[in-house]
Design a binder for this molecule. Structure first.
Ligand code: KIV
Ligand code: ZN
Length: 548
């Protein structure tokens, strides 16, 4: 895949490396929705997953290739996104990756093999010669299936540069079209990494025929700096994730690299195809679906990234925004508009506004459900913002299949009473179930009551609640993560043969924080049950059955 010398291709790996973040499991529907949003954002290449890892991973990549691969609307480039699948350097992985991505009009196989002596000796137990051999075979096989082949020498940051020159030269000769240089363990510094990219470009035979790419991890907090150093040294593809999620301390954040390139044209003089006004929404969607909350001081997308607290700063901002602001919030899609619809507004106006916000693929019944929620909200809140609407859509539409449904909750609490909750739910058989429980607080009491009805043991590993907008009438968004108990608690990672603890995230929104928390908990429970039992076989252990 060729690119202009003055353009940097954005390769997003949120759905592959990002999904490898501890606890960031996404289901197929969520992955497809995120891929759609990445396409809207203008990502050039979407690494949709690691198809051999599990049937679920394969299915997600295949569906993204089929459903999102052909989309062009809203994309500045006018060309569909390339859908990539990851594969280790062997035929079975590569064939599986190809089968998953081939339905996309533009598809890529991304194959990798470690090249550092540490990995060769201790992980792969092969010597350098065998490594070169395996790379040649893998890239040749991948090219026999597909014209667009990327090769990555894993742990390049700690590999011998001259050995890399040898491996990469052979990868080019075997047909690789993109060479990606990963700093897999986030070990290098910007100076070293920039030097490495320059050295490889200058010394690898055939270097001018391929796109050079960089893929940095953030173990020392240097991922963005290293990526930009790589770009300065001639890399024209960057591998990034939304909110910087990924293994351990994460990957390079897409929003940081894109905004650095666009805010500092004098330094880089390079363009991307990203529509930066879609950044905030994409960040919010990824955070909601993965359950990985964005830290408030995170660059570009943190809640405080554009907040000015100090008096001197506020004074300066009032006099001229340039005093303390290097980017306008609107540029990344914040504070863009407030919905001027009120409680008397009609469904048509609501639908038109949703389309303007980019929700153009919603089914009629989804719009009806979102509209009902909007009306209820407009009754309670004077001003309904786009952020409120996004919270409603995420809460109402982008949820796992409903197995258990919350019909009613009632809570009593205070500083002189034991928090008590009673819950009425509709079960998978359509019947009503109710129970009550005490808790250490109102949210705990609701969770205990739900547990008594649903009867699946799990551990709550994360709980957070955030206001979507300012003010006492704000919509609150709750995000939670749970882990099942017992045998269901882990799966084996095929790459490392080590257990990965399974986590299910859930999200819920309401102007009432207890209701938002209950919805979030049920969303995670439904996800867990859908995966464990399938929709039809959900067992329930009701304490008390209420006949409807
Ligand atoms: O960090 C890494 O080395 C990777 C490769 C598979 C590209 O994610
Ligand atoms: Zn990585």
């Amino acid at each position: 895949m060729a690119n202009n010398a003055d353009t940097v291709l954005i390769f997003d790996t949120t759905l592959r490396d990002g999904e490898q973040s501890p606890g960031a499991t996404l289901n197929v529907e969520e992955k497809v929705e995120i891929a759609r949003q990445l396409s809207r954002l203008g990502v050039d290449i979407c690494e949709a997953g690691f198809p051999i890892a599990s049937p679920g991973d394969f299915e997600a990549v295949r569906r993204i290739a089929e459903e999102v691969g052909p989309l062009t609307e809203g994309r500045r480039s006018g060309r569909p996104m390339v859908i990539a699948g990851l594969a280790r350097a062997n035929e079975a992985d590569i064939r599986r990756a190809y089968d998953a991505v081939c339905a996309a009009p533009r598809h890529r196989i991304h194959t990798f093999l470690a090249t550092s002596d540490i990995h060769l000796k201790h992980k792969l137990r092969i010597d350098r010669e065998e490594c070169v051999d395996q790379v040649i075979k893998a890239v040749t096989f991948a090219r026999s299936l597909c014209d667009d082949v990327e090769f990555s020498p894993e742990d390049a940051g700690r590999s011998d540069p001259d050995f890399l020159v040898q491996v990469l030269g052979q990868a080019i000769a075997a047909g690789a079209t993109t060479l990606n240089i990963p700093d897999t363990v986030g070990y290098t510094t910007p100076e070293e990494f920039g030097w490495l990219i320059g050295y490889l470009r200058a010394n690898t035979p055939g270097a001018e025929r391929v796109v050079w790419s960089v893929h940095c991890h953030n173990d020392l907090g240097l991922a963005t700096a290293n990526t930009l150093a790589g770009v300065k040294a001639g890399a024209r593809q960057v591998e990034v994730t939304i909110n910087g999620i990924g293994e351990r301390a994460g990957n390079t954040a897409l929003e940081e690299v894109v905004m650095a390139l666009s805010t500092r044209p004098q330094t880089f003089n390079l363009d991307t195809a990203i529509d930066t006004t879609q950044i905030a929404r994409t960040s919010h969607m990824v955070s909601t679906y993965t359950g990985m909350v964005v830290q408030p001081n995170k660059a570009i997308v943190g809640a405080n990234a554009f907040a000015h607290e100090a008096g001197i700063h506020q004074d300066g901002m009032l006099k001229h925004h340039l005093t303390y602001e290097i980017m306008r919030p609107e540029t990344v899609g914040l504070n863009t508009s407030q919905l001027v619809l009120g409680k008397h507004s009609g469904r048509h106006a609501f639908r038109v506004h949703l389309q303007a916000m980019g929700y153009d693929n919603m089914a009629d019944e989804e719009i009806t459900a979102a509209f009902k929620r909007f009306k209820k909200l407009a009754d309670k809140k004077k001003v309904v913002t786009d952020a409120d609407i996004e919270a409603i859509i995420a809460d109402e539409i982008y949820q796992p299949p409903t197995i258990w449904e919350l019909e009613h909750i009632q809570v009593s609490c205070g500083d002189h009473s034991i928090p008590t909750a009673s819950v009425l739910m509709i079960g998978p058989d359509g019947e009503r179930y109710q129970d009550a429980a005490l808790g250490s607080g109102p949210v705990d009491a609701v969770y205990q009551a739900i547990n008594r009805i649903v009867g699946v043991t799990n551990r709550l590993t994360e709980f957070s609640i955030n206001a979507v907008t300012e003010g006492l009438d704000a919509v609150a968004e709750a995000t939670i993560r749970i882990q099942p108990d017992g045998e269901d608690s882990y799966v084996i990672n095929p790459q490392t043969n080590r257990p990965i603890f399974r986590t299910f995230s859930g999200h819920g929104a309401s102007t009432d924080i207890v209701v938002a928390s209950a919805r979030a908990y049920l969303s995670a429970l439904n996800k867990m049950l859908a995966e464990r039992d399938g929709h039809a076989n959900v067992r329930h252990h009701a304490q008390e059955r209420v006949v409807a």
